[in-house]
Design a protein around this ligand. Sequence first.
Ligand code: ATP
Length: 200
Amino acid sequence: MGTRLSGRRIGLFGGTFDPPHNAHLALARLALAELALDELRWIPAGQPYQKARAITPAAQREAMVREAIAGEPRFVLERCELERSGPSYTIDTVRELQAREPGARWFLLIGQDQYAGLPSWRDWRELLARVSLAVAQRPGAAAPADAELRAVPVAALALPPMEVSATVIRARAAAGAPITDLVPPGVASYIDRHHLYRPG
Ligand code: ATP
């Protein structure tokens, strides 16, 4: 592992990560194993154009991702969307990374909810021509309605159904309820130290 200069298998895992949680980690670990990845890049969105609510500042989401990925050398933080101005489109990220690292094999990891909505992503057909898609099931998420998308082969990641979402975690933290069973310990203590998601 790690000595191949070309043909490296690189996973891309984008998200708002507000905050990163145990389902993200479970999905990422499963992808390392099932897709035999050399590396998995966690890509916090700079300005997630499909999220309507106020987002935690990028520097704090980045810090939480660093906490979440600590201890697994194949997990890498990719900052390109944080550095780009304007909305974060996955296609821009993929074009940029592939231009930088020709010869690698690219896998895009997404949950079922994102998969169903993929035809709303900018240049999604080009995106699917550039990466292999790996999809993890997510409770309550529908199959894609788009026939063209359904015809594209995807790797199914056998993630056991996990109800956790960042939305639930923010709501629990806001209500003063414990979140230590839903996020990695480093993330829980970061949220606590920085008083994230508390009202006022
Ligand atoms: P929010 O609740 O704020 O919308 P989220 O929990 O969906 O956030 P994101 O950072 O938006 O987290 O998700 C990043 C990626 O992880 C997406 O592809 C999403 O589908 C996937 N994902 C998040 N939670 C789960 C889960 N419980 N099961 C499967 N996939 C998940």
